[in-house]
Design a protein around this ligand. Structure first.
Ligand code: THU
Length: 133
């Protein structure tokens, strides 16, 4: 499948507008493209009990997996950062579990972009195979 990254980033920017981030005021958007061509949005959803916060990336994966999707081909993440936004450790772990070789595009509002994969973002990550003896 040919991936239209510009369109995916545009979708992530739309998702970002829906962030619920009253505490950090740091809005993040994600757009996850499934193998069957659907796009699932994710945004960060904060909580007065701060650690309960859900990041945009995990929000997008939750939306896709909840819809029954199990094959995804690309993810765009965008925030208002100096360089491409850096996913947190928990999101790296989630992405490594569900789609280790996913094409991930990290971006900021200024057009800086970095192409990577969950495997690259979490070197030596603990995954499904790690449970095998
Ligand atoms: N956040 C994300 O949603 N994704 C990232 O890649 C980095 C951090 C959120 C969590 C929290 O709501 C806010 O950004 C500040 O940490």
């Amino acid at each position: 499948m040919i991936i239209d990254y510009a369109a995916l980033v545009a979708e992530a920017r739309i998702a970002r507008e829906r962030a619920y981030a009253p505490y950090s005021r740091f809005s993040v958007g994600a757009a996850l493209l499934s193998a069957d061509g659907r796009i699932f949005h994710g945004c960060n959803i904060e909580n007065a009990s701060y650690p309960v916060t859900l990041c945009a990336e995990r929000s997008a994966f939750a939306a896709a997996w909840s819809a029954g999707v199990r094959e995804v081909v690309a993810l765009a993440v965008v925030a208002d950062t100096a360089g491409p936004v850096s996913p947190c450790g928990m999101c790296r772990q989630t992405m490594f579990e569900l789609a280790p070789d996913l094409a991930v595009l990290l971006a900021n509002l200024g057009g800086h972009e970095q192409h990577t994969t969950p495997r690259e973002l979490l070197p030596g990550g603990f995954g499904p195979d790690s449970l095998l003896k």
